[in-house]
Design a protein around this ligand. Structure first.
Ligand code: IVH
Length: 685
């Protein structure tokens, strides 16, 4: 073999390997090599291509990073027009759709009494694009435009990881000579949030929703910018395929597309008749908030492609498909006022009071404005018309001001100089966006929140001490510090609203019961900034008894695995505050206690062992698992090696699992981990 041959072979090997990994990653959601290995192969390919530019192919994975900027997009006429869909909004519309189709099909000779089969999928809220492949290679990508003519955005689309640059052959190595496929380009909500957060930090353009972000990203003349945007492509229509017979039904055609290398919706389902469609639409609406991307409805398609063709089109819509629309995730309303709320740590947050409005099926009258930087960024004033967005399980957000509707008299939103609850000075720390009330526990709002946290289930777990009760206790000056809770009497309690003698008795008992606790819970209950459950557990385990934590200096704190400089500083400040120390002594005086553990590290059961966590765990976070393993003396590492004692493999575990297996490292699942932790932890106490 000549060196040219071996070079070509190596290039082909690298491209094929990267292509296969890309498919596993983007379409199957099942990567099986570490990112670093992918990067290494990619770098090798890039280096070889740099030495031999004449050997670069259009479908080489290196061509995804974005080519030279364009001056404008070319206008391209669609071979098959890109239509839109009719809309339905309710059961009556759905019923009419089915009845109409039954009639039209009957007129065309559809067998009488034969139930209609439909294929349903989510209506993704992004942008439609059409992709053309010749001899298996992507040659053109076009926007919908006006449906007849669109813009050629091939270079931008090549940067989208889930768009194959080259197709996988179908069984028996057959490759379509020509393929036209359509689908939606969109962004997941989490990718959108991350991208926006970065933009906010950098002071660059923030998008109102994932759809606008996807649109803005595709419209870039510089494909290198598009390449940095987390876009996804999901195929939903096989328009034409030459050289290979197209499947007879839509759902089978979707399976062909998947084999060819496209991501298709995970929510595709085939159903029968009106009842099946109705059930699908209801179910998908139920799932809507939990999906990782925005959808604005369900698309209902007659499954049989031959009958689709018979039905054909009317004006600009197919007769064989329609969209069942869901309530919009955005709505316009008026900002009536802004109030400032004080949280547990004193953060003073602007909260928008809105003219109530329905957004994705829920009436919303409040929305957080996060902080004054966000207020400034939005340029929002009281009285403005705003666009409110409620998507997924995140709290409603104001995403935009409708400037064209700004009333003559709007009012600036001013940051308060004093706490709206306790009148203490409001401060803004250097480099922080958040305003903070300096009142500490003098501030009733902070006190209430601190007490709510103290009583909560994962903290002292005081049953029956709910938010409303705490509000009353603070407002009536019955409780200032958590220790005061333990001084409450029957008489104090029965005097409160909605508190009968029986409930008062129960609460006193719950308080008594809560005194017997665990060190980790107690530390967590104190509500020290950034000290969550996992950190509290590590601290408890590390120090074993409270006095040691109380007296710890910065060096000691920083030496603990989980503790960074910020948390260390919060701990030091907390224990430097005389009021806090008084309250701590008082709590102990009142009888709060926990089993003290005096232990030398060397005695911990997992000392000397190295554990690795991979895949996703169901019942605890990675951080929690790590903290608990470390608390037992184990070292928790990020990658598998010969030295690894045990690999915990959660669901969808990938390359680490393969590696552990090849090295003969012990592998256990989540259930086994939980069992081991429980056994070892009990042995400790
Ligand atoms: S099928 C001829 N399926 O909806 C039928 N469209 O009004 C072609 N869309 O802008 C459309 N998800 O981008 C179809 N699963 C899906 C879809 C979908 C979103 C969009 C499409 C177009 C609009 C049609």
């Amino acid at each position: 073999m000549t060196s040219v041959d071996s070079l070509s072979a190596r290039l082909a090997f690298l491209r094929q390997t990267l292509h296969a990994h890309n498919y596993r990653y983007h379409v199957l959601d099942a990567p099986d090599i570490p990112d670093a290995e992918y990067d290494r192969l990619f770098a090798e390919l890039k280096a070889l291509e740099a030495q031999h530019p004449e050997l670069i192919t259009a479908d080489s994975p290196t061509q995804r990073v974005g080519g030279a900027p364009l001056k404008s997009f070319a206008e391209i006429t669609h071979r098959h027009p890109m239509l839109s869909l009719g809309n339905l909004f309710d059961e009556a519309g759905l019923q009419a759709f089915v009845t109409r189709m039954e009639k039209e099909l009957a007129d065309l000779g559809y067998p009488q009494g034969e139930p209609l089969q439909f294929c349903c999928e989510p209506k993704l809220d992004g942008l439609a694009v059409s992709l053309i492949y010749e001899q298996g290679v992507l040659v053109q990508g076009v926007t919908r435009g006006d449906g007849q003519k669109g813009e050629g955005i091939t270079e931008n689309l090549k940067t989208v990881g889930s768009i194959p640059l080259r197709l996988n052959p179908l069984p028996d190595q057959v490759m379509p000579t020509r393929l036209e496929v359509r689908g939606e380009v969109y962004m997941t909500r989490s990718a959108f949030e991350t991208m926006n957060q970065r933009a906010r930090d950098e002071g660059s353009k923030v998008f109102a929703n994932p759809r606008n972000a996807a649109a803005g990203s595709l419209r870039q003349l510089d494909p290198k910018i598009t390449a940095t945007r987390p876009l996804m492509f999901t195929a939903y229509q096989l328009v034409e395929m030459e050289g290979v017979p197209v499947a007879a039904t839509h759902d089978q055609a979707m399976q062909q597309l998947k084999q060819l290398g496209f991501r298709i919706s995970e929510e595709i389902a085939c159903v029968t008749g009106y009842a099946g469609l109705k059930h699908y639409c209801d179910q998908l609406l139920q799932k809507r908030d939990g999906l990782p991307y925005d959808i604005d409805g369900a698309v209902l398609k007659l499954n049989d492609r031959r009958w689709q063709a018979e039905l054909g089109f009317r004006a600009r819509e197919p007769r064989w498909a329609t969209a069942f629309k869901y309530p919009a995730q955005e709505a316009m309303t008026q900002l009536l006022d802004v109030e400032f709320q004080v949280g547990r740590t004193g953060a003073v947050t602007p909260v928008a009071r809105l003219e109530p409005v329905a957004v994705s099926g829920v009436t919303v009258s409040n929305a957080t404005l996060h902080n004054m930087d966000e207020v400034a960024r939005l340029g929002v004033e009281i009285g403005d018309w705003v666009i409110l967005r409620r998507a997924g399980d995140v709290i409603p957000q104001i995403v935009q001001v409708v400037m064209s509707k700004r009333p003559a008299t709007t009012q600036m939103i001013k940051a308060p100089s004093h706490c709206p609850v306790c009148q203490s000075l409001v401060e803004r720390a250097e480099g922080e966006a958040v305003l903070r009330c300096s009142g500490g526990l003098y501030c009733a709002a902070q006190r209430k929140e601190a007490l709510k946290h103290f009583a909560s289930r994962k903290a002292m777990d005081i049953e029956g001490l709910g938010d409303k009760l705490i509000d009353q206790l603070v407002e009536r000056d019955l409780v200032h510090t958590p220790a005061d809770l333990y001084r409450l009497t029957f008489d104090d309690l029965v005097g409160l609203e909605r508190m009968g003698p029986k409930s008062a008795e129960n609460l006193l008992q719950a308080l008594e019961k809560s005194k017997q606790t665990q060190l980790a819970r107690f530390i967590y209950a104190l509500g020290i900034r950034e000290v969550g459950e996992a950190t509290a557990a590590s601290l408890a385990q590390y120090f074993g008894h409270f006095q040691a934590l109380r007296e710890a200096d910065e060096t000691t704190l920083r030496g603990i695995d989980d503790i960074g400089p910020v948390v260390a500083q919060h701990l030091l400040s907390f224990f430097a505050e005389p009021h806090n120390l008084e309250t701590l002594d008082d709590l102990i005086q009142q009888g709060v206690h926990w089993p003290e553990v005096h232990r030398r590290r060397e005695d911990l059961p997992l000392v000397g062992q190295t554990w690795v966590l991979t895949g996703s765990l169901e019942s605890l976070t990675r951080d929690q698992a790590k903290a608990r393993l470390e608390a037992l003396g184990a070292k928790v590492a990020g990658s598998v090696s010969k030295k690894t004692t045990c690999l915990v493999a959660g669901s969808a575990a990938g390359s680490k699992l393969t590696k552990a297996e090849s090295l003969g490292v012990e592998v256990i699942d989540e259930a086994a981990l939980l069992a081991q932790l429980a056994a070892l932890e009990t042995a400790q106490t």
